[in-house]
Ligand binder design. Structure first.
Ligand code: GLC
Ligand code: CA
Length: 562
């Protein structure tokens, strides 16, 4: 008896140790975001695929990341880049098979890299069997209950239930053809699910277990703030609810308090695995509400999009960093920093356009895109220089850092893609957006070739001539390249910044200066004029120093004497 008890307690002990190690890893991990269709094409059909990712595991290992997050690779008509999912428990045949998925996970795990997959619970595609059944069921049929169908206005329901708008532009309602309309907060091919429906909830539990059983280590939860809706006030005019961010959870569509009940259920699923599965929320919510998603009894981590929206200004960075630190204190977790992702123009480009007083860079770049990148003038070198300084700030912060594929090469947005080939529904549903294809152009791996080493034939989105200069092979050979800066920074980060403390050091206004751990400091000059460096050993610099001084748009990591 006694013996048995000891054995049990040893197992519990091991479990706890593993759980703690897993949690610790996710508190500081560096995660590389892969947009599978545009990463590496193994069979020359122009579309990136899972075997392509497997073939590039050595690259990911040499970069030094702890994990990868894969954007959707599920069967899909690609009405929204794969975020219109036909079947959440399979692989799009154009991207491979479940066996390819398993082989990829084995290869990544063999290189000590964890795997995060994307879960899209707010909507399915319009080709999902549930939605096909819902349309066939006819007005008021029970199969409609998994979605959000409502009667239209007008005698025959020929008008949408109200004037609410989709985030991609146009009406948020599409006609079922029988007087009812269904809600789609994104494209019409993405009908929103009804999370009050039992079957919907059960099915997503099965999906999480399906991937966790296949060895997936974590999940990125798409539109995590959108699942619960209150459609009892359809009379509200859009003007009253168009501002999506509220501090009190009272918006009918976004960030409602009871969304966390869903995540409490998911938490039980995550924690039933050993080690527990990780999750990160994509939740565009009021900063004061972000910590709720990152709480231990909810998803456990959340992206800090404020950094992505910040300008290259010391006051912006200070504000965003401080709010991220407050999150950590409030939720016992860490925050997830990022400079870019597949939804926003590339950081090197945002930081290379002239700053405007009343419009943030992420908006300036959208107008620039509408001119195909001609106006205002982009200073490529400046943008790259600032993006290098910026990633060194992020990598020195406590928390998790996400790197979007290609940012490690200093890639710029591709601004002049012809309108007729754009894939993003944002571009076709509005005239005020060129959409997100410019940051989704397939990666250049070598200087030449029909798709710069992405595959053996041209890529699904055309790569511009200047891509060759940013190719992995070119940057590998250049010790001063952005790629080599990332590699050095990632190696050092593990040694220097393992803890979660941060102390601001007083500095001039244009300088961001903080200390981490024992005397290691991160100092950034966001101004134009060189400034004096604090004494100490320079461990890494994002640009050459200027006669012992810290030039503008440069970050250094320094070990100060004790
Ligand atoms: C998220 C994704 C984005 C997608 C949207 C709808 O915001 O990041 O790419 O379009 O959700 O699923
Ligand atoms: Ca392919």
């Amino acid at each position: 008896m006694r013996h048995n008890r000891r054995v049990t307690s040893t197992i519990d002990q091991d479990h706890l140790v593993r759980a703690k190690a897993a949690t610790d890893l996710w508190r500081t991990a560096v995660v590389y975001q892969i947009y599978p269709r545009s990463f590496a094409d193994s069979n020359g059909d122009g579309i990136g695929d899972l075997p392509g990712i497997t073939s590039r595991v050595p690259y990911l290992r040499s970069l030094g990341v702890d994990a990868v997050w894969l954007c959707p690779f599920y069967p899909s008509a690609l009405a929204d880049g794969g975020y219109d999912v036909d079947d959440h428990r399979d692989v799009d045949p154009r991207l491979g098979t479940l066996d390819d998925f398993d082989a990829m996970v084995r290869a990544l795990h063999g290189a000590d890299i964890k795997v995060i997959v994307d879960i899209v619970p707010n909507h399915t595609s319009n080709r999902h069997p549930w939605f096909v059944q819902a349309l066939a069921a006819g007005r008021g049929g029970p199969d409609r209950d998994r979605y959000l169908f409502r009667d239209g206005r007008g005698a025959g329901g020929e008008l949408p239930p109200n004037d609410w708008e989709s985030l991609f532009g146009g009406s948020a309602w599409a006609a079922a053809g029988d007087g009812q309309w269904y809600l789609h907060l994104f494209a019409a091919e993405q009908p929103d699910l009804n999370w009050e429906n039992e079957e919907v909830r059960a099915d997503f539990g099965d999906t999480l277990r399906f991937w966790a059983d296949r060895g997936v280590d974590g999940f990125r939860i798409d539109v995590a703030h959108g699942l619960r809706k209150d459609l009892s006030e359809l009379h509200l005019p859009w003007g009253e609810i168009a501002d999506l961010m509220r501090e009190d959870g009272s918006h009918p569509l976004w960030d409602r308090d009871d969304v966390h009940k869903i995540y409490a259920d998911w938490r039980r699923i995550f924690d039933s695995y050993d080690p527990p599965r990780y999750a990160v929320a994509e939740a565009s919510v009021h900063p004061a509400r972000r910590a709720r998603y990152a709480a231990a009894d909810s998803l456990g981590n959340a992206f800090n999009f404020a950094m992505q929206d910040a300008d290259w200004r010391p006051e912006d960075y200070r504000r965003v960093i401080n709010s991220g630190l407050v999150d950590m204190i409030n939720n016992g977790s860490t925050t997830s920093w990022l400079l870019g992702c597949h939804d926003i123009p590339r950081v090197a480009t945002r930081y290379g356009l002239p700053l405007e007083k009343d419009r943030p860079a992420y908006q300036v770049v959208k107008t620039w895109l509408l001119t195909d990148g001609t106006t205002p003038r982009l200073d490529r070198a400046l943008g790259e220089r600032r993006a290098r300084a910026a990633i060194m700030i992020l990598l020195a912060l406590p928390g998790t850092t996400y790197i979007y594929q290609g940012d490690e090469l200093g890639l710029h947005e591709v601004a002049d893609l012809p309108r007729e080939i754009l894939e993003d529904p944002m571009a076709s549903r509005t005239t005020t957006e060129k959409g997100r294809d410019g940051c989704r152009v397939p990666l250049p791996w070598s200087q030449d070739g029909p798709s710069y080493g992405f595959g053996s034939r041209p890529a699904h989105l055309p790569q511009p001539d200047w891509f060759g200069a940013y190719a992995v092979s070119v940057e590998e050979a250049d010790p001063d390249s952005t790629l080599n800066l990332y590699r050095r920074a990632l190696t050092l980060r593990g040694h220097l910044f393992a803890r979660t403390d941060l102390r601001w050091v007083e500095s001039e206004l244009s300088v961001l200066h903080f200390e981490r751990g024992r005397g290691v400091r991160c100092v950034t000059n966001l101004g134009a004029e060189p400034v004096a460096l604090p004494p100490g050993e320079v461990l890494l610099s994002s640009a050459p120093l200027d006669d012992g001084q810290l030039p503008g748009d440069t970050t250094v990591w320094i070990k100060t004497p004790r």
